[in-house]
Every structure is written in structure tokens, then in C-alpha cells.
Design a protein around this ligand. Structure first.
Ligand code: ADP
Length: 272
């Protein structure tokens, strides 16, 4: 099990006039190698939840297990646990600052105190994973397109060799091509590197196409969990909680790509 969350509740500013319960009694399991999407309206608790996944936030109540370890338990090497979880925040390219792509990606591994050869190996691995070849190594990150910059930033996280990669709206602000390229890379990483991927998104279409399972948050609670098909079957209900009802035509295309039985699958969705 990559991530397990048990009875997690989180309240910001407890016992003050600004008290706000952002998550309430959350129970989630994410298996090793799964590609899961967390979806929900602004304010539903998505960012709070992913900060629980690597221990950036400590829950008010409840447990967080990463690879079976209670990350807030006693005698836990929190640093080692955290390194297994790579977190890519929104607009990560704003944190690029080195002169070259290579140096930027090498920053994390250097801080781990690895030797030169290991650093080289990790940077090459990470840049290859995001699809940036040797011709990019010595470029300034600032010469690159928006989508390429973002890939450099993601490579910086991959160079830490996490087994779980969490991304918050990784395609926000990219043009359609940049978006497709990035999603295809994520799909390759998921398959090729066996990474567990957790992706925050507000796009039903993207989720349908890429995620194996969805977790829908609403007002700090898990409203639905299941395959895209199972979740889409809630049709109108999704609209009521601020999520666009996915286009039937789009789902049809997606299911075809996934080799599913189109006739019966669509019937179920339309009947719902
Ligand atoms: P989402 O990522 O889905 O937009 P968030 O996790 O950011 O949701 O927020 C969930 C709720 O918690 C919202 O009501 C938000 O206003 C509140 N919240 C988030 N961060 C803080 C904070 N640092 N202090 C107080 N309230 C917060």
C-alpha cells in the first residue's frame, strides 16, 4: 500500500474565530503503482490532503501511513519517509533558479550529499523521464517554453527518486499541446517507472483519460471513490457539487481508447 489515510480530520486555527475544518474523517487507500486523481471544487480540501501525504501538515486527528509506516508515529525516520513522496506544487516552474537545466535538476540530489556519479545518474534519469534530451542540459530554464519549464521542475522532484509522485494541477496554464505532452509523459512514468501517481485536477476529461481511480472531495469529505466510470455514473450529482458533467462524447472516446465495452459503458452513464 503506497498511502493509507485513516479517520483523518484537519482543522486550521483551532479554538480561534478563524477555525476551519478543511478535512473530516477521511479514509483513503492508494495502492502501489496506482494512478489516482483527486478531484473537487475550490475549497474542497484537495491541497490540505496532499500536504498530509508527505507530512508537511500534521492532522488534527487520524493516521497517515506511507508504505505501511505511520509517518507521525514514534521512532519513524520522517526524512526517509518524506523522500519517498515527491510533491509537485502548482506552477512549480516559479521555483527554478539555476543557470542551466542540469544544475536545477541536480540541486536536490546535491543536497542529499550524493557523489558526483550518482548525481549525474539521477539527473540524467529524471530528465529522460520528462522527455528532455541532452540538447537541453546546458540551456537556461528561462529559454524554455512553459511546458518544458514545468517538466524541468518535475524532473527536479523525480531526481530525488520518490516512489510516489503527487502533482497539484500539473497542467494548469499550459496550452493544449503542452498539456497532452505532459500527460503522456506522466502516463509513461506511471507505466515505465512503476511510479504511484496522485494527481489533483478539476478537469473531468483529463481524469477520465488518465486516472485509474478517482477520489471526489466535497466540503472536506470523500463524496465518491471509484473508477472514472463509477464516478461519472453520478452525472447530475457531480454538477450539484460544482464539477462539470463530463461530455458523453468525450467519455465515449476515452473508453474506446481504454478498450472498454463502449455500448454498455455509455448506457450506464447516460441512464444515471
Ligand atoms: P482546495 O485545494 O480544494 O481548494 P484547500 O485544502 O486549499 O482546498 O482548502 C480547504 C479549506 O480550508 C478551505 O475552506 C480553505 O479556505 C481552508 N484553508 C486552507 N488553507 C488554510 C490555512 N492555511 N488557514 C486557514 N484555512 C485554510
Amino acid at each position: 500500500m503506497a498511502i493509507k489515510i485513516e479517520h483523518l480530520t484537519h482543522t486550521y486555527n483551532p479554538n480561534t474565530p478563524f477555525e476551519k475544518t478543511a478535512l473530516e474523517d477521511i479514509n483513503i487507500e492508494i495502492k502501489d503503482g496506482e494512478f489516482v486523481s483527486i478531484i473537487g471544487h475550490t475549497g474542497s480540501g484537495k491541497s490540505t490532503l496532499i500536504q498530509m501525504f508527505n507530512g508537511l501538515l500534521k492532522p488534527t486527528m487520524g493516521q497517515v501511513y506511507i508504505k505501511g509506516q505511520d509517518i507521525h508515529g514514534e521512532n519513524v525516520d520522517r526524512k526517509a519517509v518524506r523522500q519517498q513522496v515527491g510533491l509537485v506544487f502548482q506552477y512549480p516552474e516559479y521555483q527554478l533558479f539555476e543557470m542551466t537545466v542540469w544544475e536545477d535538476v541536480a540541486f536536490g540530489p546535491k543536497n542529499l550529499g550524493l557523489n558526483e556519479e550518482e548525481i549525474r545518474e539521477r539527473v540524467a534519469y529524471a530528465l529522460q523521464a520528462v522527455g528532455l534530451g541532452e540538447e537541453y542540459y546546458q540551456k537556461s530554464p528561462f529559454e524554455l517554453s512553459g511546458g518544458q519549464k514545468r517538466r524541468v521542475a518535475i524532473a527536479g522532484v523525480l531526481a530525488m527518486k520518490p516512489s510516489i509522485l503527487i502533482l497539484d494541477e500539473p497542467t494548469a496554464g499550459l496550452d493544449p499541446k503542452g498539456r497532452d505532452d505532459l500527460f503522456n509523459k506522466l502516463k509513461e512514468m506511471h507505466k515505465g517507472l512503476g511510479l504511484t501517481i496522485v494527481l489533483i485536477s478539476h478537469s473531468m476529461e483529463d481524469v477520465a483519460r488518465y486516472a485509474q481511480r478517482m477520489i471526489v472531495l466535497y466540503k472536506g469529505k470523500v463524496k465518491y471513490q471509484g473508477t472514472p466510470k463509477e464516478v461519472f455514473a453520478h452525472g447530475d450529482e457531480l454538477e450539484k457539487i460544482g464539477l462539470a458533467r463530463p461530455q458523453i462524447a468525450y467519455i465515449l472516446e476515452t473508453l474506446k481508447e481504454k478498450g472498454m465495452d463502449i455500448a454498455t459503458d455509455i448506457l450506464t452513464v447516460e441512464e444515471a
